[in-house]
Design a protein. Structure first.
Length: 262
């Protein structure tokens, strides 16, 4: 894929931060971690990766705004553009030595995601998309799956932990969906879940209570790969409410009906 200058900057930044994270991951038992909430850890590796991304992205585009998990929000001179960044999606996996975590970078222009990178350094898989240009993984075009029957489909989700308020709804979702499908996976990294929907590995994904940095890049990947991504409540703003459902176009209506059932 011949990407724009912005996308190439995003890829370069993701690779640089990924190299640092892989180095720390090899020494995961020595990482110093502090708890910032139930089940929600932040490590020095996370903070170091965000600094690398900030230096690369803001160094290349100093007028853009910045919105990231650890570093908060900084308005830019250009009010129409901002970076939306999760430097380490899947922190709990990372700190437990599980090689399933990634870096998520999205570029927002006038409230619309126009470029996306989700990078899995442990597997060296780089998922990228730009609006109107399709979705790609390591220079190969990707598409959502072609499955059409719910009972043959494999879905992904996040299950709330630590007494989060969305737990009852998530359990109800599982009770309705699991008898109707081929299985549900909870892998602990929302950005990679969406990248896997885009590449056809999962047929669909849903979750409540996400932050914008968890899903911004993944939403564009799914849509550019031919899939649908909507808020669970159709009248919500998906980037604000944090409740989303995504799937290939054939399965989406039936899948959405199950998840949206009161």
């Amino acid at each position: 894929m011949q990407g724009s200058a912005n996308l190439n900057l995003m890829i370069k930044a993701a690779r640089k931060a990924g190299r640092a994270l892989v180095k720390d991951f090899r020494e995961v038992e020595n990482l110093q971690a502090s708890m910032k909430g139930p089940g929600d850890f932040v490590s020095r590796a996370d903070l170091a990766a965000e600094k690398i991304l900030h230096d690369e992205l803001m160094g290349g585009r100093p007028t853009y705004g910045w919105h990231a998990e650890e570093g908060g929000t900084t308005p830019g001179e250009d009010p129409t553009r901002r970076w939306i960044v999760d430097p380490l999606d899947g922190t709990s996996n990372f700190l437990h030595g599980l090689p399933h975590w990634g870096i998520s970078i999205a570029l927002e222009h006038k409230r619309e995601i126009v470029a996306a990178v989700v990078y899995d350094p442990a597997k060296d898989e780089m998922f990228v998309a730009e609006k109107g240009q399709g979705a790609w993984m390591n220079d190969q075009r990707i598409r959502v799956s072609g499955r059409r029957v719910l009972i043959e489909c494999l879905f992904a989700t996040g299950i709330p932990f630590g007494g989060e308020r969305n737990l009852p709804e998530a359990l109800q979702d599982l009770a309705r969906l699991m008898p109707a499908c081929a299985g549900v996976r909870r892998w602990g990294a929302a950005a990679l879940d969406l990248a896997y929907v885009a590449s056809g590995r999962f047929d669909g994904y849903w979750e409540r209570g996400l932050h914008v940095w968890d899903m911004a890049a993944g939403l564009l990947l799914v849509r550019e790969a031919g899939g649908f991504a909507e808020p669970i409540r159709a009248d919500d703003d998906i980037l604000v409410c944090g409740n989303l459902i995504a799937a290939n176009s054939a399965v989406f209506p039936g899948f959405a009906k199950v998840i949206r059932t009161p």
